[in-house]
Design a protein around this ligand. Structure first.
Ligand code: FNR
Length: 380
């Protein structure tokens, strides 16, 4: 077992422990991967100010996100198919988030259902929804989310058509995954993973199969899913879904100042600046590059979160100093899940927390709520 000190260690372990098609599904961007790479590289161009002699003995990372107390300004982003990275993956991740005092967001495209997660954690969580065409399904899933105690809806706007990822196509990685001969051989080479999957009872896209009209088997799922992405989506529809839900909504997938400005009129509670981790529009700017312009467009007080590219506490702090009120992580916790299940997600969160704490201290700040633009090297 390698010594784990950084998220990169979890990524390497994830790659070894999970069949290649499932690992590749996580660690890939759309087309040439230029936005995927820029999401991380652009953080490297931002410099933090090293400050000394400022008494940093008592430090605080706790704050609020959407009015909810959090132990640090970080949430788990919705990631589909977590249940294929580790048995009961969604439950493992939700439990790790709960233990760490940060929000968990369940993806619509999960193996475990809303009810499974609610039962296993006994605590409120956030639920991510795609803007789907099937109105009956939409109504019923919102109803189920309400009954399960979901406290906020994360409405994803940047996937009305799916970006192309070469590796996934070559691996025949679909939902449900196609069991081709190479995929079966790959699975046979990961017996521990395969045994774990056999033991788990939740393998059935529990938010959709058995709930959407005409989807009674995994075989029906592909057809249904391909018909669902609503390419007619416009702001009126976004507003309609926000009204239907009636509770707080985070609009996810905004990466442009004009869209952010328009989003303010929808009644959303917050915006999550995101390019889907570079999985959708290759060639779009990194979110950390877009963030200052978006902050200017929405004004100083509107809740703004950022994801895409965050794999260290320094990157989280650079986002916060550049105008985000908090960050979401996708791959950083998924690597932990694939590597070691719940323990791996807990390890990822511990690593990020430690990095945020030490970095904040070395910048001469002892409260995350005071970590602002003055912590960045001027001109960056
Ligand atoms: C995602 N993302 C995503 N977003 C969403 O709204 N619904 C989903 O089901 C998924 N599924 C998904 C699967 C995988 C494997 C990844 C890596 C990402 C996007 C996700 O919520 C988030 O925006 C990005 O992961 C953020 O980038 P980083 O942190 O992974 O760099």
């Amino acid at each position: 077992m390698p010594v784990i000190t950084e998220i990169e260690d979890l990524r390497r372990l994830h790659r070894r422990r999970v069949p290649r098609m499932f690992y590749d599904y996580v660690d890939v961007g759309a087309w040439t991967g230029s936005t995927y790479r820029a999401n991380r590289a652009d953080f490297g161009r931002i410099l933090l100010r090293q400050r000394v002699a400022r008494n940093i003995e008592n430090r605080n990372l706790a704050t609020t996100m959407l009015g909810q107390p959090v132990s640090m300004p970080l949430a788990l982003a919705p990631v589909g198919l977590l249940g294929m990275q580790h048995p009961d993956g969604e439950i493992c991740a939700a439990r790790a988030a709960l233990a760490a005092g940060v929000p968990f967001t369940l993806s619509t495209m999960s193996m475990c259902s809303i009810e499974d997660v609610a039962r296993a954690t006994g605590a409120p969580f956030w639920f991510q929804l795609y803007t789907l065409r099937d109105e009956e399904f939409l109504d019923s899933v919102l109803d189920r989310a309400r009954r399960a105690g979901v406290s906020a809806l994360v409405l994803t706007l940047d996937l009305t058509i799916q970006g192309q990822r070469h590796k996934d196509l070559k691996n025949r990685m679909t939902a449900p995954p196609r069991m081709t001969l190479p995929n079966l051989i790959d699975i046979a080479m990961h017996p521990r993973w395969a045994l774990g999957m056999l033991r788990t009872r939740r393998r059935s896209f529990g938010n959709i199969v058995g709930h959407a009209r005409g989807v009674t088997s995994l075989g029906d799922l592909m057809d249904w899913t391909s018909r669902q992405f609503d390419q007619r989506l416009d702001w009126a529809r976004v507003e309609q879904i926000i009204r239907k839900w009636g509770g707080p909504v985070i609009l996810k997938g905004i990466n442009d100042p004009e869209d952010a400005r328009r989003a303010l009129d929808t009644g959303c509670a917050a915006i999550l600046v995101s390019n889907h981790g570079g999985r959708q529009l290759d060639g779009a700017p990194s979110t950390i590059r877009a963030l200052p312009l978006i902050r200017r467009a929405v004004g100083p007080d509107f809740p703004l979160y950022l994801d895409s590219g965050i794999q260290s506490g320094q990157e989280a702090l650079k986002a916060i100093a550049s105008g985000a009120n908090g960050v979401f992580i996708g791959r950083a916790f998924t690597y932990g899940l694939g590597a070691m299940g719940q323990k791996g997600v807990e390890t990822a969160l511990t690593i990020l927390r430690r990095e945020m704490d030490i970095t904040m201290a070395l910048c001469g700040v002892n409260d995350i709520r005071n970590f602002g633009p003055e912590c960045l090297w001027p001109g960056d």
